[in-house]
Write a protein that binds this ligand. Structure first.
Ligand code: UTP
Length: 502
């Protein structure tokens, strides 16, 4: 056994990792040593000790100290005056046209609940077009660039930074190459990898998944900050002149890329950090709530709040703590620098207690029936506390948030079906608002419905390519007073034909 590895593990308090060393092939030995390469022994020791203790950590409920968001820090896509919304949109488009805006995708998760053996971004939720989440996002970026160019008469680029992990980097790269980067320039798509950390058992010992393989997991979406440093991403942003970054999750099918209104709002308010939120669907919905605790902005998890606080309402009947976090954030590059240079080590480690396959003393693989280990994760939103000027922008859930978390099965929420329906409902609403009429099989007009009724399919299937419209804009010229049979698929090609027919 090479001395440095044994010494490294002894120093980290984890010599047992090598207990099957003599039985491993040289390739397995290399892999095992390689998996720990990125870590320092002291850091590994601290991580394991902290994880071992974390299970017993008590999360206090903190009702009295929580305060809702002050109105002056809040904008709203429905409640802010239309004049303000227009001016924020213009401000956002201006920044985009100046090449100052980038989008950053968090795509390092393992997607264990969805349970497919490939990255979530490659998932096709069953839209008529068969588009994957990655393709939808790529096309939205292309469209926003085009709109900014049309508005300001200047070619521009929105670079797309994609944080991956050991699980998602290779297949994501391959998928983008196979699909010719979905029409975007390869040089403007920057993939980088987040760090992996070992899972530990309840006594703080690293879990071996196989004799020569440590159970490793990505360090959470808050691993972003470390990954920005390790991969010199902020230097790349500086080189490109980026000042504002829109960060989002891979699994929200309704995500607005580089949303000009949100960016313009944050920029005009002089914010260094901002969060988009949606109203909670019901008081006990298990989402984090953006609020202040002892005057400091943060996301408070549902589990940390008492029932009484969860149910608390204002005089107008609205829930007091209503700002559901959807993991959609604005950061200035300056703020990201301050986090990576100064605050990152202070980020809280969150504990996930999991069933982790492991080997027994004889080296046989055991699949535990009950949780046996701990994965530690950082969360991307835990940096709000370091912001000097934090703002929040409320948006409508049906316009902007439908995450893909679970596989389709009875009783599951946030599934491929719910994501597909949310998108098709949205496109149906856009088409109806633009003046389209849908016909049934007997050529009778289907009465329009504006609201999603429960979890049903929309009255007619309509999918609009983001290359045609990314927010419902510009559809009247193709759809007004026209009749269509379902399904209607609006692509650049089909709208060209519609345009000619007029
Ligand atoms: P989730 O917390 O929903 O995790 O991630 P997940 O990996 O997608 O799914 P489960 O929990 O294993 O079923 C929210 C977002 O954060 C990203 C995910 O890719 C998703 O966009 N993420 C999560 C990372 O980028 N890195 C991580 O370590 C964890």
């Amino acid at each position: 056994m090479p001395r440095p590895l044994a010494e490294f593990l002894a120093e980290a308090g984890q010599p047992e990792v090598l207990r099957f060393w003599e039985q491993l092939s040289s390739a397995e030995q290399r892999l095992l040593a390689g998996s720990l390469e990125a870590l320092e022994p002291a850091e590994l020791r601290a991580h394991c000790e902290e994880a071992g203790r974390a299970r017993h950590r008590h999360t206090a409920s903190r009702p009295g100290r929580m305060e809702p968001l002050p109105p002056e820090a809040t904008g709203s896509s429905t409640r802010s005056p239309s004049e303000s919304l227009r001016s924020w949109r213009e401000r956002g488009f201006h920044a985009i046209s100046q090449n100052q805006v980038a989008v950053l995708l968090l795509a390092g998760g393992q997607g264990t609940r969805l349970g497919v053996p490939y990255p979530k971004g490659m998932y096709d939720v069953g839209l008529p077009s068969g588009k994957t989440l990655y393709q939808i996002q790529a096309e939205r970026i292309g469209k926003v660039q085009q709109l900014a160019e049309e508005k300001l008469g200047k070619q521009c680029t929105i670079p797309w930074y994609i944080m991956t992990s050991e699980f998602t980097l290779e297949p994501t790269e391959k998928f983008f190459t196979q699909n010719n980067y979905f029409g975007l320039l390869k040089s403007n798509i920057i993939m980088f990898e987040q760090q992996m950390l070992p899972a530990v058992d309840f006594s703080g010992k690293i879990i071996l998944e196989q004799k020569g393989k440590i159970a490793m997991a990505p360090d959470g979406n808050g691993g972003l900050y470390r990954a920005l440093t390790n991969n010199k991403i902020l230097e790349d942003m500086d080189r490109r002149g980026i000042r504002f970054v829109h960060v989002y999750c891979v699994d929200n099918i309704l995500v607005k890329m580089a949303d000009p209104v949100f960016i313009g709002f944050c920029v005009e308010k002089g914010a260094d950090c901002g969060a988009k939120v949606v109203e909670k669907a019901y008081p006990t919905e298990p989402v984090g709530v953006v609020c202040r605790v002892d005057g400091i902005y943060q996301v408070v998890e549902y589990s940390e709040v008492s029932q009484e606080t969860v149910e608390q309402r204002n005089a107008d009947g609205q829930l007091t703590f209503n700002a559901g976090n959807i993991c959609n954030h604005f950061f200035t590059v300056e703020f990201l620098k301050s986090v990576t240079e100064e605050f990152e080590p202070q980020l809280k480690l969150h504990v996930a207690v999991k069933k982790i396959p492991h080997v027994d003393e004889k080296g046989n693989v055991v699949k535990p029936e009950t949780p046996n280990g701990i994965k530690m994760e950082k969360f991307v939103f835990d940096v709000f506390q370091f912001s000097k000027k934090f703002v929040v922008f409320e948006v409508l859930r049906e316009d902007e948030f439908s995450p893909l978390k679970n596989a389709d099965k009875a009783g599951s929420k946030d599934t491929p079906t719910s994501a597909r329906q949310a998108l098709l409902w949205q496109h149906y609403r856009w088409a109806v608002q633009a003046g389209a009429h849908f016909l049934d099989q007997r050529n009778n007009r289907i009465p329009p419905l504006n609201q999603c009724q429960g979890t049903e399919e929309p009255p007619a299937v309509c999918e609009i390519s983001p290359l045609v419209s990314c927010e419902g804009e510009g559809l009247e010229k193709y759809l007004r007073d026209q009749e269509f049979h379902s399904p209607l698929l609006l692509t650049e090609k089909t709208v060209a034909a519609l345009g000619q027919g007029q």
